[in-house]
Write a protein that binds this ligand. Sequence first.
Ligand SMILES: [Zn+2]
Length: 377
Amino acid sequence: MKAESIFLRFSLIFSAILLTVSCAKKNSSSSESSDNFTVSEIAQTSGSDGLSGSFVVPENSISFLLSVFLDNNNSVVFKSLTDPDGIDILSFSSTPNLYLDASGSSGSSVTKYGYANVLIPQSPSFSAKTGKWTFTAYNNDRVKLALRKGVIPLEATIEVQPFITGITWSAENILDALTILSDIYLENGVKITINNTITITEGEYSSVSPTFTNTTTSALVKQGSSDAVNIFFIEDYSGIGSGILGNAAGMPGSMGEVNSWNGVLVSLSAHASGTVLDAQLLGETAAHEMGHQLGLFHTTEKGGNVFDILSDTPECTSSSLDNDSNGILTAEECDLFGGDNLMFWTSWSSTSRSSGKKQDKLSSFQQYVIKHSPIAK
Ligand SMILES: [Zn+2]
């Protein structure tokens, strides 16, 4: 999310909801595949401590996304995820761990209603180790594994599928922003293939809630492609979304299958002055939300005291850089400390943008996460 952190604040409140563990037995399995990318459901068995399952990561694996679903949209997480060396990477006592940083972990404050996941690698400190991984989970309806194998090309490629809703703007109006998005990633070593924009004419999708479990938002995102990062340029947000530039379905969201979490939303009205769209800001917002969808966190959060787990991203600390001591770190205050990073928590002021300030930088480790993404080729 950019410019607002409503989701994060909400999730902090609701993540305390307790779960009941049922003893339903799960053993269905399915698979869809291209050459080096497969999505499969993992069989689970029920025991006294909830559900558990395992999967084998083959040699030459690059990355995987392990996802857990709960169709009634209550909170859902894993209890543990243990790698072939016996390290539970979701435990706060493991080194390294994703206890605070995977939506599929009980320690994370990221939204996890109906869907949560664990991405490997979330940073270069993790790898898709060859061998048997095991997990335990609270009550859920299914666990799916999206796995990428093969060799990482020098220049990774990611497919983007744009959509546009409403009647105020047309596909032509977002072409410049899509070019800017593409250029930002290319400058950071990632080639973007952009499909033709799909226009969605049904009026109910003009303005939608930023909540991905909302019935209308869910129906919209389910129009996405399984093979691409789906970017929904909506005319506006409804309800609590007022003023938000864009938001993603997760950090990361879902990859490799059609569901309510395989996409990001970007508000066109939030980027408009009269009848003109700010193409640079719109491109940066879409690229920023895509970064979230692929697993990047904000380099620095609003308060200047929460940072991503990547050790090479600039940190802008409230103790030394909050010049006006208002508890909010602006891009201007963080000019030399990540204000120009694509994943800074908020955009430059309009004055700074008019003077040419951009947010288009990704650190080496941010590029690493994107290039290793299960959805990349
Ligand atoms: Zn954001």
